[in-house]
Design a protein around this ligand. Sequence first.
Ligand code: BG6
Ligand code: GLC
Length: 904
Amino acid sequence: MNHQPSHPTDGPICTSVQRALLGLTIPLETLQVVKNRMLQAMGEGLSRETHAQASIRMLPTYICSTPNGTEKGEFLVVELCKKHVRTLWVTLQGDGNHSPQVTQDIFDMPEDIPQGTGEALFDFIAQCVQKFLTDISRLEDHLPLGFVFPFSCKQTRLDKAELISWSKDFSCSGVEGKDVVQLLQSAINKQLKNVDVVALMNNTVGTMMTCSVEGKPCEIALVVDQGTNSCFMAEASLVETIEASGRMCVSTEWGCFGDDGSLNDVVTPYDQHVDEESSKPGERRFEKLVGTLYLGEIVRHTMIALATEKAVFVESNINVLKTKGVLSTQQALEIIDEEEGMAKARSLLEGLGLRPSEPDCCRVQQVCRAVVSRAAALCAAGLSAILTHMCRSRELECLTVNVGVDGDLYQGHARFREILESVTALLAPDCKVTFVPTSDGTGRGAAIVTAVALRLVAQRHEVDQVLAPLRLSRDDLKRVQGLMRREMDLGLGQETNATASVCMLPTYVRNTPDGGEQGKFLALDLGGTNFRVLMVEVGADGIRMASESYVIPTAVTQGTGEALFNHIMECIMDFQLKQDLGDQVLPLGFTFSFPCQQLGLDKAVLLTWTKGFSASGCVGKDVVQLLREAAQRKQHLGLKVVAVVNDTVGTMMSCGYDDPKCEIGLIVGTGTNACYMEEMHNVGTVEGEQGRMCINMEWGAFGDNGCLDDIFTDFDLVVDKKTINPGKQRFEKLISGMYLGEIVRHILLALVDKQLLFRGKPCPKLQTNDIFPTKFLSTIEIDGLGLRKVQAILEDLELQASFEDSMLVREVCQTVSKRAAQLCAAGLAAVVEKMRQNQGLDQLVVTVGVDGTLYKLHPCFSQHVQQTLKDLAPKCIVTFRQSEDGSGKGAALVAAVACRGVKL
Ligand code: BG6
Ligand code: GLC
């Protein structure tokens, strides 16, 4: 291999030289080991558990695709380089990036800037931008700017990047830990009005983008300059520090490789000295073996060591070599030159006041060669690690890939280039690599990234416009609370009840449980996701229950009333058989979760069906009577219905058994509704002034009189129109499980239509009604659920979702469920505030018993309800208690009291 040193043979002097050269030469087997360690370190940087301690940070860049050639427009780019700032004006033609127009300027940086204050640095960059725009007469234009910033940053968006730490020669104060996009934007704002920093990228990323042209994507980039770094298109599912699918460019920040000691067996004493003299000893060990900031220094320290051992410069005073920087990397590279190198070495050494012999010059040249060759070989080991990682993660036998390369070493030095390429071929034999040197630096790539960022900004604006009507302000919610309160008052009033959208139905339940209830009961629970039959035994020592769930087919819920109640009877009989109840006639409590005009505890006239039920011949009839008739039809004689309750009431009673403060029942499931204990003197629709009565609000119908019209969005209107009861249950249709999935589906369709989702491709399956159930929201919104799971859900719907698509779908779900939770809280706020005022309290302490799949299973619904309620009703301390056993238990408790003949 041509990076092996040649072996001088003249005596003991040369033994030292030989040893030094050998130390600087890494054998192929060791390079293989370095590669494997690098692979392992990459894995650690990508893994969620080990990322924080990993030596290689593997930073996500939020760049999810290589350019596709459609990028078009005019962009401003500013690049922070080692000693200067480069400004560019790039015009992309949308022609596959073959012929970008680039105008550029370079501004030398005053020497004190890299070690000065952050403010001075960013002010200087802003001045460069200002001067450039003045020179090209574009001061007045509104300009998007891409910022190439070659330091390690924790990026959370294209335009948000916290500097992790300075490297190379930079150490400006007050920048580490800050968002550098913001810092640059603030500095620019001091001088210019129209420039927006829309994207920040590492220079490797700029290189990768620059080297990509249509049809020939470049998926890896390597920069070997003062410092060194690389980036590549990683499988996003392996980047565990973010939730993404598809691919994302990862900046490896491999300069820090070895900071955990993993290069110790490669590092020489000369490298140790270089490290000790650097601004951050112990850090960026790999970079210090590879970057041009250090190569000259390594040569210098090798020469010092050799001179001390009297292997070179025997007749010279070598003190001059002890000064940092007397030999630059550039000079070392000139010395390597086959033809001129020896002469260069001589003139340089003499220039330093040394008196080199011919062999001295030769040895210095060998050292320079060894140092540069080693840098190239180490880069090759790193690159091979990336190649192998990509090959494995893409499950390929052979990876064919273009690697963009930037930096003086590769561009200007054949030796470095040859070794990098040949060693890479040896270490990653499965990969076909084409090296693509950048032609005009990173500027064009930065312009492309800026174009992508701009497209995202424009998209964001459009998405916000679509979602804005669903985002409710605090004022909106306050207004809803006020309207609910008004409707409650109207509903309770004898004369006004007919005009109210909230019916405020009396339930004839006058007390919450007191623990004295006893007996064995049957219970039915109809109207939620499941139809259940239960046996409930209430004893002094607590409650025992047995239950069975039954499916009621849609054909039955939407068929005839007779068929529906026959089906219910069949289920009861099946249950009695299974429970071995024989001829026992148990009193029955019936949870019937639909609006009923209650004429007594055991007499409830169905006012209207809701939640997709529409069985004929039931509305206007007493449902207890309908059940009894079905029993007769089935010749079942042992049915004794003693109480009918709404599920809200059942839930309140059920939770009230364990918590006497539970005076409100809330359901957020298939439908939504609430009940609460109201003062009799406020209930104009029932005779009597004394005591209290539970009121079934039937708040699902809130807004059916038009009072919420300005809250409804176009999506809500479409969803409503397609239900079997259009114009009815308007509040419920904003909140409950039966409808949220549909709202989301319609929003997604609108986003596709506007080309903001799924690349605007038609989605036939998504056109199907109810194909996106609300349980999807509950899954998609789980915190920490990888977006690939989201992608899997969407795949079932035949939707190919990119990273951005999955993020957007999640955002839509979040927006819809959050609005639902907030509206629910606004309703509750009206209830608790009314109860507080009823009782003339400064502070009300109350418990809400809650049930329903949406409330229970959605990852953030309950939290949003509680937070919003706290905000809207700050004088009420409200505890939420989830009902564990369903509302059948509550129905049995009501039945228990009815059986005792005690007025509930
Ligand atoms: C159940 C109750 O737990 O929750 C029912 O027992 C109630 O009475 C139901 O109707 C509401 O939730 P969902 O999600 O089943 O409609
Ligand atoms: C519907 C019903 C109501 C029930 C609620 C929750 O709104 O009309 O009675 O309480 O759904 O299930």
